[in-house]
Structure formats: structure tokens, C-alpha cells
Design a protein. Structure first.
Length: 268
């Protein structure tokens, strides 16, 4: 009888303990639900569909706007310090002077601003080359643009070296300087004209981009025409020289530009 009583007491204690544990679990669940309801009341839960993020395009990239403002500041700074150089270059483009005038403003201008303008033009042309070849499937990256700019600067540097080599072998110092200055004057002019066209094509409505692209193509063709005119003006004295001019255009103009285009494609 005593063992049965002990057994009954033990079973009742187990039942009471299980009940207490069940009660504590119920209280814990109640507290968790109460806390969850309190959090829902404080923090709004987003509802609706998950939105689609905007693609990375030039219009939405902040670095594009900042870089265009930097180029604008560089242009204004360089033009304010080297306006005499540009004016003399424009006046003398369609004529070959036997000697430089002692009153020429360009003779007293710091030619480092000319390098700034060349860098400005290279930056604008590189940006435009990246822009027209860009596809919306990839982000509009500043890293890729810097590669474009580096290739353009290398191209212009090799162009200057080729002028020096050709001039050392075939030309005198005066003719070499005239040809080199004329070429880079056209590059500077092309960059200045293309800068507002670039801004307009980036931020203009999509229905106008085709017209702007045609305008930029005409401007680029006009720049090439100016280079050809200057080549004929400097070197065309006999009909046989025409062959050498065409050879120069093929080997030092068309083929290098095609190689530069292929290098741009490799980056993309």
C-alpha cells in the first residue's frame, strides 16, 4: 500500500511539472506574439511588388555629370589663358607663313594650355566613342571610360611621334611644325565643337538622339576634310605628290583609326 501511494504521488508530481512546462511554453508563445504585434505596429511592413531598379545609363550616373562639369571648367580655364593661340591658329590655318610674326600672341602664350586643350579634346572624343558604343546590358562604368581615354591619349602620343619621325626623314623643321600644329589644331577644334553635342546627346530626349548622331558624324567628317585640305596645301606641289598624300592617309590616318576602333571594341 505504501509503495502504491508513493507511485501515485510521483505520477502526480510529473503531471504537475508537465503542466507547468506547458503553461510556461504558452506564456512564452504569447509574449512572442505580443512582441511581434508590437513591432508590426511600430515598423511598417512593405507591401506590393518588388520594383525593378533603373539601369546604369549615362543620364543616371552622377560621375558623368561631375566629369562633364570638370571638362567645362578645364575648357573655360584653357580658353581664357590661350585665346591668342587659338585666334592665330584659326587665322593661319589656310595659309602657310614663311616666318612667324613677332607680334603674334601665340609666341608669348604658355603652350601648356595647348596641352590642356588637347587633353580636353581627347577626353570628349573618348567619352563620345564610349557613349555611342555603349549597350544597356552592361553598366556605364567610369573604369571602362578611363580605358577609352587612355587608348585615345596613347593614339595621339603615337601620332605625335610619327610626325617627328616623318619630319626627321622627309621634311624640314618648319614644314614639320606647320603640319603637326595644324593637325592638333583640328583635334582641338573638333573636341570643342563636339562637347556641346555630347551634352545634348546625353540629356536630350531619345527621339532626338538620331539627329544629334548625324550632326556629330558631319562634324567629324568636316574635321577630316580640314586635315586633308591642310595636307594638300602643305605638300601638293607636283602631281606625283598625290600618291604620297594618299599613302599617308591610308597608313597614318585610316588604318590607325581602325585599330583604335578595334581596341575600343575589345574594352567593351
Amino acid at each position: 500500500m505504501q509503495s502504491d501511494s508513493v507511485k501515485i504521488l510521483t505520477d502526480s508530481n510529473v503531471i504537475q511539472s508537465a503542466g507547468a512546462m506547458h503553461h510556461s511554453d504558452s506564456l512564452a508563445k504569447f509574449d512572442s506574439l505580443h512582441m511581434l504585434d508590437s513591432l508590426r505596429a511600430i515598423v511598417p511592413i512593405p507591401r506590393g511588388f518588388l520594383g525593378i531598379p533603373h539601369p546604369s545609363i549615362p543620364q543616371t550616373e552622377s560621375w558623368v555629370f561631375v566629369f562633364l562639369m570638370f571638362l567645362f571648367g578645364l575648357l573655360m580655364f584653357s580658353l581664357s589663358r590661350s585665346s591668342g593661340l587659338l585666334i592665330d591658329s584659326a587665322k593661319n590655318f589656310f595659309q602657310i607663313k614663311e616666318r612667324s610674326s613677332i607680334f603674334s600672341q601665340s609666341s608669348v602664350t604658355d603652350f601648356r594650355y595647348r596641352l590642356y586643350l588637347i587633353f580636353f579634346s581627347a577626353a570628349v572624343l573618348s567619352f563620345y566613342a564610349y557613349f555611342i558604343q555603349y549597350e544597356n546590358t552592361t553598366p556605364f562604368s567610369i573604369v571602362k571610360y578611363l580605358f577609352f581615354l587612355l587608348l585615345t591619349l596613347i593614339f595621339l602620343g603615337l601620332k605625335a611621334i610619327s610626325f617627328e619621325l616623318i619630319g626627321y626623314i622627309f621634311l624640314n623643321q618648319k614644314t614639320l611644325k606647320t603640319a603637326k600644329d595644324s593637325y592638333f589644331n583640328v583635334i582641338i577644334l573638333l573636341g570643342i565643337v563636339m562637347f556641346p553635342i555630347l551634352i545634348f546627346q546625353i540629356y536630350s530626349p531619345s527621339k532626338l538622339t538620331e539627329y544629334v548622331a548625324v550632326l556629330s558624324l558631319l562634324v567629324s567628317a568636316g574635321a577630316y576634310l580640314l586635315i586633308i585640305i591642310k595636307l594638300f596645301q602643305i605638300f601638293f606641289h607636283k602631281i606625283v605628290v598625290l600618291f604620297y598624300i594618299l599613302l599617308y592617309l591610308c597608313t597614318l590616318e585610316f588604318l590607325p583609326f581602325y585599330a583604335l576602333y578595334r581596341a575600343y571594341q575589345f574594352i567593351l
